[in-house]
Ligand binder design. Structure first.
Ligand SMILES: [Zn+2]
Length: 439
């Protein structure tokens, strides 16, 4: 179990350590450190012997995107890396590592993998005090299974059944759409089809619904959209007839116009969201700026989702804004007013140090304390920042940020210590239990 005091000792800056410690009530810190968390969102990689060839940790596992200006957390000289290496592998090194240092780090990792075997992924969770991790993966596999891991599959491929060549308008999307089409083919194969049916009714009845049903019966606890990587989050409300006409016109070929295709995607998104509500699978949406120099940041503004959240026919569906909405943190926070909308700290807790995260978190906890979920977004980012390191760092930052925010609220007389502990329990696991049921 990681405790806040350890996290501070491991911090790279002594003055920051003192400043953080001065902002944290030790009783609240101890309580937070003792809670086994439910991680709302991450991408664990299969343990050996499947770790090298595993690509199912993401529907869009892109290694060769055009250069972007990486956030500090993803850089090889991220100052948070050495503490994670030390804690996980007992490895001493300074970031960035040179070639020899990288080889030593790999060897240290391999030793732990060999020691833990099939239980390696569970061991990683134990290092961060995580009891259950929601694994956002195309498929699960040996070593990533219930009860410690619960499945969150991808639905975006279902939204793009037609010829997608007109959508590949940036170098990044030229990589993304072929990956979505490969996943679409896998989904079609699983319902016994080689190509899409000729009508929208058949597509929904023979592909979309059976895919969701298969995922649900296969243990999926939520459904993930990373659509913000593919288009904006603004969804219209076309009729079935409008969408059906577009589908019929292009099901056997031809490139739909942007306007035509968007109406079909919008209809399918609403159809899937409604079905997820019926099945009791909350909908997860990537709601933050994303990777890649061509990512459409403005299109990821969660306020664009308001018509979806305000649709009375979708009130039976729970929506979780992943990654806290950054840079639209206030917009994401305001949306928690909708009874079926939640947000999580994943990725934000990796990208931002505790003090910065604590500011946003405090505002959310002062307004909607029962709608915020802990999360890491552990992901194999780079050779230096694997899913293990990113889980460890995000966990440390999230718990420290939670301690700072709640301690501040107690010291300013906003809440009692008992209430602070209650809120901490809610963020770290209670809210997840309410949303997903017993997990
Ligand atoms: Zn993710």
């Amino acid at each position: 179990m990681v405790c806040i005091a350890d996290a501070q000792t491991a911090s790279s800056s002594a003055s920051l350590t003192e400043n953080l410690a001065a902002s944290i009530d030790p009783r609240i810190a101890n309580r937070i450190a003792s809670i086994k968390a439910i991680d709302n969102h991450a991408h664990p990689v299969l343990p050996p012997p499947d770790d090298e060839k595993d690509r199912d940790f993401d529907a869009l596992p892109v290694d060769n995107m055009e250069p972007e200006t990486d956030i500090v957390a993803w850089r090889l000289d991220n100052p948070q890396l050495p503490a994670a290496w030390k804690a996980l592998w007992g490895f001493d090194g300074t970031a960035p590592l040179d070639e020899a240092g990288m080889k030593r780090l790999d060897a240290a990792r391999r030793r732990v993998k060999a020691r833990e075997g099939q239980l390696y992924d569970e061991w990683v969770l134990n290092q961060a005090g995580i009891e259950v991790m929601l694994a956002n993966r195309v498929t699960m596999g040996p070593g990533i299974a219930a009860p410690r891991f619960r499945w969150v599959p991808y639905e975006d491929a279902l939204l793009f059944p037609l010829d997608n060549s007109g959508l590949a308008v940036t170098p990044d999307k030229q990589l993304f759409f072929p990956l979505e089409e490969r996943l679409k083919s896998r989904y079609l194969e699983l319902v016994g089809l080689r190509s899409i049916p000729l009508t929208l009714d058949e597509y929904v009845g023979k592909v979309v619904m059976p895919t969701l049903e298969r995922q649900h019966t296969g243990g999926a606890v939520a459904a993930k959209f990373e659509i913000a990587y593919l288009r904006g989050l603004g969804f219209g409300n076309p009729t079935r007839e409008e969408a059906g006409r577009v589908y019929l016109k292009h099901a056997s070929g031809g490139v739909p116009s942007d306007i035509e295709y968007k109406s079909l995607q919008d209809f399918l998104f609403r159809t899937i969201a409604a079905e997820c509500g019926r099945l009791g699978m909350p909908v997860h949406l990537h709601a933050m700026s994303g990777g890649g120099g061509y990512f459409g940041i403005g299109g990821a503004n969660p306020l664009l989702l308001e018509p979806i959240f305000n649709d009375p026919t979708l009130r039976g569906t729970k929506f979780v804004l992943l990654h806290g909405g950054w840079p639209f943190v206030r917009e994401a926070g305001a949306l928690l007013q909708k009874p079926n909308v939640y947000l999580d700290l994943s990725q934000e807790a990796l990208a931002f140090p505790p003090r910065t995260l604590a500011g946003w978190l405090r505002e959310w906890l002062e307004t909607f304390p029962d709608k915020v979920l802990y999360g890491t977004d552990g992901y194999p980012f780079t050779s230096a920042l694997g899913w293990e390191e990113s889980t460890w760092i995000a966990n440390r930052n999230a718990r420290a940020a939670l301690a700072i925010a709640l301690s501040g609220m107690v010291r300013d007389g906003e809440i009692s210590e008992e209430r602070a502990e209650e809120i901490a329990e809610g963020v770290l696991r209670g809210c997840a239990t309410r949303i997903y049921g017993k997990i």
